[in-house]
Design a protein around this ligand. Structure first.
Ligand code: GAR
Length: 198
């Protein structure tokens, strides 16, 4: 089989990256080709290396105020890996429209809310604060607008009265780890029908 090549961008622990990578075996139509971070100390890089995946990092901090210059550096290892699909998995830098347009139609992101609700940060606290009965996570195609773009899958989680943002985040994360691999598998096979869980 001619596998699709998947590059995964992370900033931290990389638990979603691990769930994507660990799913890409057997009859899965894709395989990981690179794990890339904006932080050389991201714990996920070690997890990727342990799994035998090439890793790279480009520290965003020296480029403060110059997003385009940071992205030019980020593009070097990314383009060298020749990905068919780019998965943002807890990648916490906002990307410019220029960068995104290079990967239009082949870049995915996971976001911890039921989009279009709660774009941006602190999603769990905002859902609790709003008195919502449910929350969850979404995988979407990345477009130039932040946390926007066609939705490829969602998983829903009930909010319990005693939930702290941390409790809720932990329960949503369990579903992120089911949702993202399911969406990637479907997407890599050319099917963009949304995955709805549970
Ligand atoms: C995940 O909850 C992901 O949805 C979120 O960051 C966490 C990364 O965890 N992403 C965003 O908030 C993107 N705006 P991980 O590094 O363990 O996958």
């Amino acid at each position: 089989m001619n596998h699709k090549r998947v590059a995964i961008l992370i900033s931290g622990g990389g638990s979603n990256m691990v769930s994507l990578v660990d799913g890409m075996t057997g009859d899965h139509p894709a395989r990981p080709c690179l794990v890339l971070s904006n932080d050389a100390n991201a714990r996920g890089l070690k997890k990727a290396a342990e799994r035998g995946i090439p890793t790279a990092s480009v520290d965003h901090r020296p480029f403060k105020g110059d997003r385009a210059a940071f992205e030019a550096e980020l593009l070097k290892p990314l383009e060298a890996a020749q990905p068919d699909i780019v998965c943002l998995a807890g990648f916490m830098r906002v990307l410019t429209g220029d960068f995104v347009s290079r990967f239009q139609g082949r870049m995915l992101n996971i976001h911890p809310s039921l989009l279009p609700k709660y774009k941006g940060l602190n999603t769990h606290a905002r859902a609790i604060e709003a008195g919502d009965g449910e929350h969850g996570c979404s995988v979407h195609e990345v477009t130039a607008a932040l946390d926007d773009g066609p939705i490829l899958g969602q998983a829903r989680v009930n909010i319990e009265p005693a939930d702290t943002p941390e409790d809720l985040a932990a329960r949503v994360l369990v579903w992120e780890h089911k949702l993202y691999p399911a969406v990637l598998r479907r997407y890599a096979s050319g099917d963009r029908t949304p995955v709805l869980l549970p």
